[in-house]
Design a protein around this ligand. Sequence first.
Ligand code: ATP
Length: 300
Amino acid sequence: MNSVTVRVPAKVNLQLAVGPLRDDGYHDLVNVFHAVSIFDEVTATAETGMSVRVEGESADQVPEDADNLAIQAALALARHAGRSYGVSLVIRKAIPVAGGMAGGSADAAAALVACNELWGLGLPVEDLMEIAADLGSDVPFALLGGTAVGTGRGERLTPLEVGGRFHWVFALADGGLSTARVYAECDRMREATGEEIVWPRAADPLLAALRRGDAKALGSELANDLQPAAVMLRRSLARTLEAGREQGAVGTLVSGSGPTCAFLAESETHADELALSLKGAGVARDVITAYGPVPGPTVV
Ligand code: ATP
C-alpha cells in the first residue's frame, strides 16, 4: 500500500466543567465530547523522510514542520514501533483552526490511524489510545469519535449512548483563540471573583437528554465553564451568541475554548433556517451546518 486517506471529524463540547487547577498545571475536567460532521482529511504516503503539507480552511495558520500535531503523531507512532519509518502527510482542513473544535487533535488521530495502516503495523486501538493520550488531552477522543465523557485532563473516556442525531449550526469567527490563554483567563476571572470551584461531574439531565435524543432538553443543558473567559477575550462573541438565541436556537454555547459558537437546532430544516438567519445577521465570518454524533477516524 502506497497511500492511505483518513477522514476525521471535529468535536464540540456539550459540557465542559473546569475543576481546580492541579499542581501539574492542568485542570481536572469533565468533558462531554460530541463528534460532528465537519471533517479534515489526512493522506499518508510512503516516503523516506517525514513531511507535512496543509491545504484548505486557514491552512496558512497551521505549521508545516515538527510543530504540526499530525507529524508529532507519526513520529510518536514510529517511536512506539521502534522503527524509523518515513511518511509524507497532506492535510485538507475544513475544521476551523484554533476554533475550539480540536482540529489539530483530529489531524493527530487521523495520522495515527493512517500511518498504522500505511506501515502495516496492525497496532490495536488500545496502543493508539496510549500514544494519543501523550500527544494531547483531546487526541484520545478524536480517535474514538461518537459521544463520550472525558475525565482527568479529558483523556479517560467513557462512550455514551445517544438516542438520535442532533443538528448543529456553527458560527466561525475571524482568527483563533489560544486554548492556553482562555484557561489562564478563566483562572484569573475565578480568582478575581473568589468563585467557589466545585469538583466537576457530568450533568445527569444532559446525559438523559442525550440518551433520549431530545434536542430541546439537551439545548437547555449545554454548559461551558470556559465561555465567560472566551467572551471576555473576544467581546464580539456575546453578540453572536445573542443572535443565535434570538433566531430560535434551542441551545447556544461557545465551542471548547472558542471562538467558534455552536447552536443546537430542533431538526435539519431548523438548522438550515437558523444558518440562513445567522448569515443574514452578519455576526460571523462563516456559518455552517453539521450533525452529530459521527464516528471517529475512517479510512476512505
Ligand atoms: P482545542 O479545541 O483542542 O483546544 P483548537 O481547535 O482551539 O483546539 P487547533 O485547531 O487544534 O485549536 O489548533 C491550535 C493550534 O495548534 C493552532 O494555532 C496551530 O498553530 C497548531 N497546530 C498544530 N498542528 C495543527 C494541525 N494539524 N491543525 C491545526 N492546528 C495545528
